[in-house]
Design a binder for this molecule. Sequence first.
Ligand SMILES: Cc1ncc(COP(=O)(O)O)c(C=O)c1O
Length: 450
Amino acid sequence: MNSAVPSSRFTKSRALFARAQGSIAGGVNSGIRNMEQPVPLYFSHGQGSRLWDVDGNEYIDFQLGQGALLYGHAPAGMARAIAEQAQRGVHWAAQSELEIEVAERLQRMIPSAERVRFNSSATEVVLAAFRLSRAHTGKPLILKFEGHYHGWGDEGLVGFASPPDRWGDDEEPARLHPSAGVIREVLNQFVVARWNDADHLRRRVAQHHGRIAAIVCEPCLCNTGCIEPAPGLLATIRELCDAEGALMIADETITGFRFGSGGAQARYGVTPDLTILGKAIGGGVPFAALAGREAVFAKIIQGEVVHAGTLNANPLCLAASKWCLDTVLGQGPHHPKGLTELGRTLMRGLSDLAAQYQVPLQPQGPGLVFHTTMRKTGAETGGVHDYRDYVRRHDAPRWAHLRRCLLESGVRAIERGLWFVSLAHSATDIDEALRRAESAFARHATEWIA
Ligand SMILES: Cc1ncc(COP(=O)(O)O)c(C=O)c1O
């Protein structure tokens, strides 16, 4: 049986979800949350690596607020920092010394962050980065890669989740958008390329020679599988940007602070012109930043490019962020070694269970974040290398079934198959997660009929 029997363990979540339909459009506040099976869960509290739903079920959490909770759930120091700030004021829409303290920490941690600006979400920062790139270079086009996610705005979602019957040939990926209601002309301002094919990228850039304002990427593609850049790819992007007079934008919303205090750019040894920071910069509060070269910020500094927001540099978020950045700095130069080791142990354990129960599950990624691809029958083994390869090989319904079995065994991964590890996870958590996962694999192997 492929759809598991409705279980009584989610009674209260089911009731709340039914009630929510009467007031919240579709019952959830972000479309993706509807993906959670058998029902979008309602949570009561979290602590460290653990999360409890309203029915009292406990999870070892690897969803971690879609990666924002690098420090785990409800870290005491962060809660204190926010509470202390709240006594002094929750919002000013004006300057505070705190914003300089956070900005100076970013400069220390990320060498390319000569100047920064704050927003409340990475989606907004992406829009600012694209606008600034066009104004700075005087060129119209943004080149982005298929399957890379840059927020939910009209501009950020071009070329994300393109369906195979419309995605165009390998040489000219189509400029598709997954949402209705998008301003059509926006699509014409983009060039879409496949990830991890440097020769293809060179040809794509040559086709639009002189018209590209920026090339944007997730330096490690975490939103479709977990696909690291092929050796030399990021250097090729840098080289092409320099040759074209275009800006290189690293979207480090996921990788920032997780891949080390200097992010993925430090890990892979590349210097972008602009960096998008989100998620772990705020540890779960709505906080994000644009960072980059001072010269590139000139048009914002001079006021020619509008960058604004009532809640920008909100003091509660700044207090949280200062605590987060100090926590990363406090990890010392070896960060993210601990995260990587825990994640790799988990990946190995999942691979072993997959082999034991003959489930074609393939973990892929650097460990501190990874993805579990469920291979379709007959699909080749080995690393997934780009979006098309991922769609062709990943059996989403089968993964959804295993994910549900894991959830009901107390292990919570992201609906799409991504797993994060936090600084609050321990080796004991990983051992326990693998023990719980064993019963999930056993159940999946019994229930799943291909
Ligand atoms: C790489 C990347 N960029 C941008 C965003 C958008 O961030 P936010 O949801 O804070 O707007 C996300 C969110 O998942 C992301 O993963």
